[in-house]
Write a protein that binds this ligand. Sequence first.
Ligand code: MG
Length: 242
Amino acid sequence: MKLIIIQCFCFLFFYAQGQITKPEVTEVWEPEPRVVSVDTKTGIPSDAIILFDGTDLSHWQNKNGKEEAKWKIEGDHMTVVAGTGDIKTKEVFGSCQLHIEWRTPKEVIGESQGRGNSGVFFQEKYEVQILDNYENRTYSNGQAGSIYKQHLPLVNACQPPGVWQSYDIIFQEPIFNEDGHKVASGYITVLHNGVVIQNHAELYGTTEYIGLPKNIKHEDGSIMLQDHGNPVSYRNIWLREM
Ligand code: MG
């Protein structure tokens, strides 16, 4: 940071003087970004934490933090077992990049919020909605890809029920000071099946089902997946800390 400030100062000084004559003056060499390679088969970056690869639920536990995750594993994916509760990662995270693939049931049952409902929560507080919104109308700020009750998705990029879909999400956590006041908002960017549906959307606080967002100081938290009573499936979940 100190180096960048000095370089900015030099840049402004020379700019003001109109005396920049050498290209090196505006070059930045330190620090050098570290190398991250991507597995060409899986698309997973070398520094990713793999949270679920179809093998087991060892990274997950029940929302209450006391019991095992009880969702069902079949083949390369896991599926919500209605009534067993939300599941969350044992590890906690701050700002991160998350890749997650999800599938709503092929057999269409219910409508609006009752059809293929689940959700991915950051720090257990901020939900990006998962819902079957293929030809299924619901309130716009509660449809798939919404930041629940805060930001509707820019477009509806849903695939039909029974088709695997992906979210690539960049989560920037909110910052609180020692007195507990929020001094910087969190932000969320979402690509749904490769389509930008949330572009650096500001988090107004927690995503509440009833009532307004809350801003109570908190630490890092788990990634949480919602049991909303519908058998939504998940596979290939990985995360990069930022
Ligand atoms: Mg939900």
